[in-house]
Ligand binder design. Structure first.
Ligand code: UD1
Ligand code: MG
Length: 445
């Protein structure tokens, strides 16, 4: 099969989002919309990949660059329509001889399976394959008009459609596949003589038919091709993606007792026999091993959890938190950029940042690593088997030796030797009978 290139259109205006940022940079599942499309294209092996952006869209070009080292950027000088946008990307395909798939940057849920289905349809004799769907509300979508044999005859934009055409509920998703050079030649013949005054990509179907080429529309579920044009669409796309991610997690052996309350990121990885209680949120960059328990109201981002770790309820794991095998992070504990080694316990109300907590160490309630002096971050190294008493402040940089004890309420500023006890508490005084005398005096007032 010939190589297939992809052009992703992202140069349109996004007025309905009412945002200072490009629509394609808004996120679902912790990833920009255009990121989802790029991932789908890359996993389908589409190459080269060109993203069409508007002039001055530096934020989009920077984001695309970060997402994919391979993507090429093309600038569409003015938003004159989808056909014009594809033409703007054509120079990036100079000398390319294969197929071309066009996708939209604001249509993030298209799957690898559907891309494969389109390629198969193309391999079985269609010159142009258009991805369509049955729309619950066809509204402003382009209508797919079929001929008597069921082949695709033309696409009519809603603005240009007559009453019969508007009654059609089989509509264009925007994804289209054909031979790159054929599409290029067809696009050269597209005019802007229509209701919108735009160069429609969809006109290539009508023009192809005139040349005797075969056009076919294949169908996918509407959920895969909803376009994001407003904040409400963004929320709907998020909900659909979450549904997909939860199903994937459960089918790979993860227990979600209330899946609708667990929020995942597109890159969340969770091992089998892990149990996630209700109301847990996974930001980007989380990897969870097998047999892990994550209790309710925990928030994880950029964290790695080894097998059999236990986290929550109400835990916050921030980027760089590495929780070792069987380690425990309890309620109201925040961990940032720190290794909590195998079997260590941080059971309640602690902040561990820029630190290592050695294997089987025990960190008491209220322990804080004082890692920041207003300018720099400093490291706290806590040895294996150490016991840090409640309410201690560890002023970094500082090292606590293996097996050392820190007395409760200490402020530790100097290194503590292995197996030593360190405490900075002032000595306790007792004044016998003071309280009784105090009460007696007060009761006379
Ligand atoms: C388009 C299709 C319509 C289809 C619908 C599916 C055309 C003419 N119409 O309509 O058949 O049912 O999508 O959602 O293709 N863009 C550019 N430059 C432009 C114009 C658009 O890059 O000059 C990009 C947009 O950023 C967006 C995509 O192309 O990613 C679609 O543009 P949009 O204006 O939303 O097209 P629709 O009117 O929705
Ligand atoms: Mg649209």
């Amino acid at each position: 099969m010939a190589a297939t290139a992809a052009i992703i259109l992202a140069a349109g205006q996004s007025k309905r989002m009412k945002s200072a940022h490009s629509k394609v940079l808004h996120e679902i599942g912790g990833r920009a919309l255009v990121h989802h499309v790029l991932v789908a294209c890359e996993s389908a092996g589409l190459s080269p990949l060109t993203v069409v952006i508007s002039p001055g869209a530096d934020d989009v070009s920077a984001a695309v660059h970060d997402i994919s080292g391979k993507a090429i950027l093309a600038v569409q000088s003015e938003p004159l329509g989808t056909g014009h946008a594809v033409q703007a990307a054509m120079p990036s395909l100079e000398g390319f001889d294969g197929d071309l798939m066009v996708l939209f940057g604001d249509t993030p849920l298209v799957t690898l399976e559907t891309i494969e289905k389109m390629k198969q349809s193309r391999a079985t004799g269609a010159d142009i394959v258009v991805l369509g769907f049955r729309a619950a509300d066809p509204a402003a979508y382009g209508r797919l008009v079929l001929d008597a044999d069921g082949a695709l005859d033309r696409i009519v934009e809603a603005k240009d459609a007559n009453a019969d055409e508007l009654a059609i509920d089989f509509v264009n998703s925007g994804v289209l596949l054909g031979d790159a050079n054929t599409l290029k030649n067809l696009l050269a013949a597209v005019t802007n003589n229509n209701a919108a005054g735009e160069y429609y990509l969809t006109d290539v179907v009508r023009l192809a038919r005139v040349q005797g080429l075969t056009c076919r529309a294949i169908e996918c579920p509407e959920d895969e091709v909803i376009g994001v044009n407003s904040r409400a669409d963004l929320a709907r796309a998020e909900a659909l993606l979450q549904g997909r991610l939860r199903t994937q997690a459960m089918s790979s052996g993860v227990t979600l007792s209330a899946p609708e309350t667990v929020f995942l990121s597109a890159d969340t990885k969770i091992g089998s026999d892990t149990t996630i209680a209700p109301h847990v949120v996974f930001g980007p960059g989380v990897t969870v091993g097998a047999g892990v328990t994550i209790k309710s109201f925990s928030h994880l981002e950029g964290a790695t959890l080894a097998d059999e770790a236990q986290v929550g309820p109400y835990a916050r794991l921030r980027p760089g938190a590495e929780i070792g095998a069987g380690a425990r992070i309890g309620n109201f504990v925040e961990v940032k950029k720190a290794q909590i080694e195998e079997g260590a316990k941080v059971s309640h109300l602690a902040y561990i940042g820029d630190a290592r907590v050695g294997a089987k160490a025990n960190i008491g309630a209220g322990v804080i690593t004082c890692n920041y002096d207003g300018f720099d971050k400093h490291f706290t190294d806590i040895g294996a088997g150490a016991f840090v008493g409640t309410n201690s402040s560890l002023v970094a940089p500082v090292k606590i030796g293996d097996g050392a004890y820190i007395g409760s309420g200490s402020v530790i500023t100097k290194a503590v030797e292995d197996d030593a006890l360190a405490l900075t508490r002032s000595e306790q005084k007792q004044i016998t009978g003071w309280a009784a005398k105090f009460r007696a005096r007060k009761s006379k007032d």
